[in-house]
Design a binder for this molecule. Structure first.
Ligand SMILES: Cc1cc2nc3c(=O)[nH]c(=O)nc-3n(C[C@H](O)[C@H](O)[C@H](O)COP(=O)(O)OP(=O)(O)OC[C@H]3O[C@@H](n4cnc5c(N)ncnc54)[C@H](O)[C@@H]3O)c2cc1C
Ligand SMILES: *[C@@H]1O[C@H](CO)[C@@H](O)[C@H](O)[C@H]1NC(C)=O
Ligand SMILES: *[C@@H]1O[C@H](CO)[C@@H](O)[C@H](O)[C@H]1NC(C)=O
Length: 525
């Protein structure tokens, strides 16, 4: 009995020690392992690409997906488990651990860029093309996606079936607004092409936020925009919550739909009273003196981007030219500021120069090596949320975030939410008081909260579920939406209050998804 007790005590001490020295453990073991893991993964992808890349074989590969689905259809009723893709869960960026082994897995290994249509300003690609790859491909040619994500490992298809938004979204809206068409293999194995105009416009409207519960995506067309090689970025420190909130509303065009807005807009909130607003425009960097303003922010020895931004609070502002590709992936190395809680000394110059190139630990590796135990431990000690809220409640949302999670920085960037009419997808039309005057959209924003809650840092009692549920109630009250890649704690009725599933349920029936794919709520809860 006593020895058992002693063992428990030692175990507790060990866990405590590991927690206190998490950084050392991660640097010594996780970072090198994650680096090798990433090399292997890239090598694997490279080999697959080398051996199998063949855009002209797209149709054939789609037929293989159709074949696999048709085969599922012929199974006896008893053996028909709901279908999902065979992409391992640890490869996805989602913080959830959806149990794919309970599903019938269909291989959808489609990772080729198919066609760049400069006339229609569209790129057609297969769903597993990563943001990193498509960004590289497009920037070389003078374009980029109208809406992308700052994380290179995200896939174009994953973003389309979930949600994506970026610092360009105050001009164009969510990722789904930048999708021109989806090619989908339905539950019966048939292939449909859905656009906002054709007979499958109901499906078109419901695929975003559907998380693969209506069919398998096999190709999509995305809108692209013309770019210049650099982003001229201005850092504007603002004191006072109301001041920076007002500034974001003004700059985003929320108050006047015809206002000239910057190309990129974002704010990092460092405390309730301090934020740095970032305003960026495309630039050729061809003015005299421009070459001296170039900052290669993603180099391994450079300070983490949010730390760099923080320096402008004291410096009183400034401006720089950042190569576009580096701008788009500026948050990649510190995964916004998630890496800080893993490697507290990771931004030390010595560490950066010596080992900075090992960062970030790859999300895939972290998930691959996460056991249910670690998972239970981390989810109660960390918060990971992206939330879409109307920009009218910006101040209130900062207050409630501080009250519930007490962790900074907080990420903010505005995004249009278009009014597509009632029951036109999982998102509801913005309420009248949330609409931008005279426009067909309301200005919303992404509230990104990533980090260790203050209570956990101070070793006080922290109830993750309660905090999250309070936040979710706030989101519902204000007509906002939780990103579904993160953990949600809503009951089904609450989920249906947040999301409008009217058209979705209609599509589930019409396109035979019931019984063939998990229900959205079951997949993301
Ligand atoms: C730290 C952090 C910060 C983030 N910040 C932002 C942010 O600022 N803005 C933002 O928009 N997002 C953000 N995200 C979330 C990101 O948008 C999601 O994780 C997104 O889904 C990433 O894509 P993925 O390729 O990993 O998708 P996956 O998770 O692989 O896919 C999404 C869903 O679609 C299904 N699916 C994928 N491909 C197919 C297919 N071909 N056929 C059928 N079903 C399919 C999957 O099963 C899954 O349910 C952030 C995530 C993290 C971890
Ligand atoms: C970007 O363009 C906007 C709108 O034209 C302008 O108001 C802003 O000053 C510009 N900012 C930078 C950093 O170039
Ligand atoms: C930034 O990187 C480019 C090459 O990618 C290099 O030519 C340039 O000199 C670098 N600029 C600075 C200021 O480091």
């Amino acid at each position: 009995m006593q020895s058992c007790f002693r063992k428990m005590l030692i175990k507790q001490k060990l866990i405590r020690w590991l927690e206190d020295h998490r950084g050392v453990v991660i640097v010594l073991f996780c970072l090198p392992a994650s680096f090798i893991f990433d090399i292997c993964l890239r090598l694997r992808n490279g080999i697959i690409r080398f051996l199998f890349s063949a855009p002209h074989q797209h149709d054939e590969r789609v037929r293989a997906v159709q074949g696999a689905v048709q085969k599922w259809n012929k199974l006896p009723q008893m053996e028909k488990r709901p279908m999902c893709t065979s992409r391992p869960n640890w490869l996805s960026l989602s913080t959830k651990f959806f149990q794919k082994n309970k599903c019938h897995q269909i291989p959808v290994s489609l990772f080729d860029i198919l066609h760049l249509d400069k006339e229609r300003m569209l790129i057609r690609l297969e769903p597993m093309v990563s943001v990193r790859d498509v960004t590289k491909y497009l920037i070389q040619r003078g374009y980029t996606l109208a809406v992308t994500l700052e994380i290179g490992d995200a896939t174009c298809g994953g973003l389309a079936l979930a949600v994506g938004m970026t610092t360009y979204s105050h001009k164009v809206g969510l990722y789904q607004e930048a999708v021109a068409s989806y090619d989908v293999v339905l539950a019966d194995g048939s292939l449909v092409h859905a656009t906002s105009k054709n007979e499958h416009r109901d499906l078109f409207a419901c695929l975003p936020w559907s998380h693969g519960t209506l069919g398998f995506l096999v190709a999509l067309e995305l809108k692209i925009i013309k770019v210049k090689p650099y982003v001229h970025l201005q850092y504007i420190p603002v004191k006072g919550k109301k001041n920076y909130c007002d500034k974001m509303r003004l700059l985003s065009g929320a108050l006047d739909k015809d206002a000239k807005t910057p190309d990129y807009l974002e704010a990092t909130v460092f405390s309730k009273d301090e934020a740095v607003v970032m305003v960026g425009n495309f630039s050729n960097a061809d003015q005299p003196g421009d070459k001296n303003k170039i900052n290669n922010v993603t180099r391994w020895y450079k300070p983490w981007f949010y730390k760099h931004v923080e320096t402008f609070l004291r410096a009183g502002g400034g401006d720089e030219l950042i190569p576009l590709e580096q701008y788009l992936l500026r948050h990649n190395r510190a995964i916004f500021w998630v890496v800080k809680s893993m490697i507290p000394f990771g931004n030390h110059p010595l560490f950066r120069w010596l080992l900075g190139w090992l960062c970030p630990p790859k999300p895939g590796f972290l998930k691959y090596t996460t056991t249910p135990g670690i998972r239970a431990m981390t989810f109660t000690k960390q918060v990971f949320q992206d939330i879409v809220l109307p920009i009218t409640v910006l101040e209130k949302s900062i207050d409630i975030t501080e009250q519930l999670f007490d962790t900074y920085p907080i990420l903010i960037y505005p995004c249009r939410i278009y009014d597509h009419g009632a029951n036109s997808g999982q998102l509801r039309p913005p309420k009248p008081d949330q609409m931008c005057p005279g426009a067909d959209f309301g200005m919303f924003y992404d509230l990104g909260v990533y980090g260790v809650p203050g209570k956990v840092k101070r070793r006080e009692r922290y109830d993750a579920v309660e905090a999250m549920r309070t936040m979710e109630a706030f989101i519902r009250e204000n007509g906002g939406y939780s990103f579904l890649y993160a953990d949600i704690f809503m009951a089904e009725s609450e989920f249906r209050e947040m999301f409008d599933l009217t058209l979705y349920e209609h599509c589930r029936v019409k396109y035979g998804a019931n019984g063939a794919f998990p229900h959205l709520y079951d997949k993301v809860k």
